[in-house]
Design a protein around this ligand. Structure first.
Ligand code: PEP
Ligand code: MG
Length: 756
């Protein structure tokens, strides 16, 4: 073999030319193997491709019997080629026939060759085939030769992945890449989406590893870094609601990293060592990733993943995968497939084309999931292997109801889902028609249907869902999606946007409810608690860190200048906590008044009823506050002593029980007695049957996720509330504790034609 130092560079250039030529796929392959053989001074070069039935089929050869192409086959794990494919490792043998795995394929005529070098054709860790060179002489291939063949295999992987070889397959013998695959994971947001894969981080196989001119390459790197910074600045300067508040902090962290001298220096060094700009980014990024693996501090890990994110953006810039290319990729219904992604990145995708999000990692509390939920797109998580199995453009179905994904689905699966989507769309259409109809029961009782929100992206839903207002604005979400504590101005800006979007509709802001399962990676205050749900959280935490609460209260007061401000406190346990919070409000009002600020026209302070201790001081509570909002998620978990996130207990107890409904009725009645408005904003309010129970025990205002408003409204417009109240009262007053209230309610619905 000739000296390989310049070999791969020359060969890669030749391959690039061959790719660009207008050739039939078979001819292109034939010429590629010929080119490799001649460049590597090998007598044989063959390519085997893995089919969906786990058979490796000979697709092209130089040197073996040409008649055996598409006939010679090996099972995965069989022979040397099968071993390489199964283990995803190269085999370098001077006397191949002595290897225990050697399997002789008579049709190929390979018996005269002794030395053998085979490398797996890999893409993102997945084997697509095997590339082999053989020589008659018994020789050991050098390391640089192995590396060269591996580099070439990367190019071939790209060819296979882009579908160039699909035309060479016979019916029933498709490539492994086009096999239908289903995944089961976590349902993270309801809904069903059909579309085509858009890989969030399109796998960029860096084929030109070696730069030809260092200066030009440094220039490219500089330009890409420049436009990366510009695009971040551009996003930061946009007065786009979606980029306000919660995403601003993330973008600001990106800007800081994009100007990080250490990072830029390492990139430049790698280019000077002979790599192309993109190979340099990949190298520096993977060095970083390797180091990141050993980090335990959650804050630093979060920062490293921002860095990772940024490196990917840069790579996309270099490879021409800027936002424009992304938009072009998304000219069909798009389902974004990602290992994980930053919350801000999801907002780069055009909302009108986005049909779903599939995450290989991802959990209920991931920031990107919170944002996706706010955008109302179906999401599934914990889909192991989905990224490496997917290719851009593959058909895909995401089922956020069941937590399933079907990649390259068969026709019958696709048809079943298309029907499901049509069914859901018809229902949505019905709900849309209800939007402008009065929110009144059949017997004319008005019910306020409010929505829960927490991010700027939620706001358009206010009109789309036809909510009467925002019954719960979870202000902690802005803190949860940010990289650091949102500054006072950022808080004020978000609150102002919320109030502007709401217009004349009321908005109830809840002061930050962190602690428990809502952790801020950058907040070091809370230590490891044994029982975080019962721990230092919500109002307990903010009263101990008055600076935090003061900043938020000031931002709220300023944002609500000239209109009503409604604020409620989470997890109140003792009435003195309300007094303490009110003192802070009063002090801030005086402070702002002294400096001539425009103040809210009125201020209403409410308490959330989540901790059972308040149940035995309802009269005092109602007298003290302007309104009460029952947080049934927390109240139920404390009343029944069952962790709300524990799946083992998920169906064990029900809020539709006599004691819990009696308790809720007592709260609603206390509200009426004191003329203190009472509402409920937990998940109960968002499902038609439990919502029906809430109306039955006396609630006239409930707050839920925007998507729930349609179904709940459909239910209540059919509901004879007076009759239901009598039936329910009767059951709660006379029935034994174990009575099945759910059955009672669904029987009532059936009997009275109430749609559930
Ligand atoms: C609740 O506890 O019911 C509630 C609405 O608050 P969160 O779900 O944010 O704890
Ligand atoms: Mg709560």
């Amino acid at each position: 073999m000739r000296d390989m130092a310049a070999g791969p560079r020359v060969l890669l250039r030749r391959l690039r030319e061959l790719m660009a030529e207008a050739l039939e796929p078979q001819e292109r392959l034939d010429r590629i193997v010929r080119e490799i053989a001649s460049n590597m001074v090998a007598e044989v070069c063959s390519l085997y491709v893995l089919r969906a039935d786990s058979i490796l089929e000979l697709y092209a050869t130089e040197g073996l019997n040409p008649g055996s192409v598409h006939l010679a086959q090996l099972k995965l794990g069989q022979g040397l080629v099968g071993t390489i494919a199964a283990s995803a490792r190269a085999l370098n043998l001077s006397d191949a026939q002595k290897h225990p795995a050697f399997a002789y394929l008579p049709e190929t005529g390979e018996e005269i060759y002794n030395s053998f070098l085979g490398v797996p054709v890999l893409r993102a860790g997945r084997t697509l085939g095997v590339l082999v060179v053989q020589n008659r002489t018994m020789r050991q291939y050098r390391d640089d030769e192995v590396e060269a063949l591996e580099t070439i295999a990367m190019v071939i992987a790209e060819m296979i992945a882009t579908g160039d070889l699909a035309r060479l397959t016979r019916p029933g013998l498709e490539l492994d890449l086009s096999r239908p695959v289903s995944f089961v994971g976590l349902p993270l947001n309801d809904g069903v989406g059909l579309g085509h894969v858009v890989l969030h981080e399109p796998r960029i196989v860096v084929t030109n590893l070696f730069n030809e001119d260092t200066d030009t390459e440094l220039e490219r790197l500089g330009e890409a870094l420049g436009s990366l910074r510009l695009s971040i600045d551009d996003m930061l300067s946009r007065r786009d609601v979606a980029f306000e508040g919660e995403h601003r902090e993330v973008l600001e962290a990106y800007r800081m990293f994009a100007n990080d001298r250490g990072w830029i220096r390492r990139l430049e060094e790698a280019v000077r060592n002979g790599l192309t700009a993109e190979a340099a980014v990949e190298k520096v990024q993977s060095d970083m990733r390797a180091r990141m693996l050993h980090m335990t501090d959650p804050y630093l890990r979060e920062r490293m993943s921002d860095f990772d994110d940024l490196a990917n953006r840069l790579l996309r810039q270099l490879m021409g995968r800027g936002p424009e290319v992304l938009a072009a990729l998304m000219n069909r219904d798009a389902i974004v497939v990602a290992r994980q992604m930053g919350a801000a990145e999801l907002l780069d995708y055009p909302r009108d084309k986005l049909r779903g999000l599939v995450l290989e990692e991802g959990a209920v509390t991931s920031h990107v999931v919170i944002v996706a939920r706010a955008m109302g797109i179906p999401v599934t998580g914990q889909m192991k292997g989905v990224v490496s199995m997917s290719e851009n453009g593959d058909a895909i179905i995401v089922d956020g109801e069941e937590g399933r994904v079907h990649l390259r689905p068969q026709a019958d699966v696709e048809a079943a889902y298309a029907e499901k989507v049509r069914f859901r769309a018809r229902r949505q259409e019905l709900y849309r028609e209800l939007r402008d109809k009065p929110s009144e029961t059949k017997d004319g009782v008005h019910i306020d249907l409010m929505m829960n929100a927490g991010l700027a992206v939620d706001l358009p839903q206010l009109t789309e869902a036809g909510a009467a207002g925002i019954g719960l604005f979870r202000t902690e979400l802005q803190f949860m999606v940010a990289a650091t504590f949102p500054r006072a101005e950022a808080q004020e800006r978000l609150y102002r946007d919320v109030l502007e979007a709401a217009g004349r509709k009321p908005v109830t802001f809840r002061t930050i409810d962190i602690g428990g399962d809502k952790v801020l990676p950058y907040f070091k205050g809370a230590g490891q608690e044994e029982n975080p749900a019962l721990g230092w959280r919500a109002i307990r935490l903010t009263l101990d860190r008055p600076g935090l609460l003061r900043t938020q209260i000031r931002a709220l007061l300023k944002a609500a200048g000239g209109r009503e401000l409604r604020v409620m406190l989470p997890m109140v346990t003792e009435l003195s906590e309300i007094d303490a919070a009110r003192d802070i409000f009063d002090r801030e009002v005086r402070h702002l008044a002294r400096f001539g600020h425009h103040l809210p026209t009125s201020f209403k302070l409410g308490a959330m009823l989540e901790v059972p201790s308040l149940l035995w001081q309802l009269d005092e509570l109602m007298a003290k506050v302007d309104f009460v909002s029952v947080g049934s998620n927390d109240l139920f978990q404390f009343v029944t002593a069952s962790d709300r996130g524990n799946t083992l207990l998920a169906d064990r107890f029900t809020p539709l029980s006599v004691p819990f409904l009696r308790l809720l009725r007592q709260v609603a009645r206390a509200g009426v007695a004191h003329a203190t408005p009472v509402t409920l904003c937990g998940e109960m309010a968002g499902r038609p049957l439990p919502a029906m129970a809430l109306l039955g025990v006396g609630f006239r205002s409930i707050s839920m996720s925007p998507a729930a408003i349609g179904p709940v409204k459909a239910m209540l417009r059919d509901l004879p509330l007076g009759t239901l109240t009598r039936v329910l009262d009767d059951a709660l007053d006379t029935t034994a504790e174990h009575a099945d209230i759910r059955a009672l309610l669904s029987g009532f619905a059936d009997q009275h034609g109430v749609s559930l």
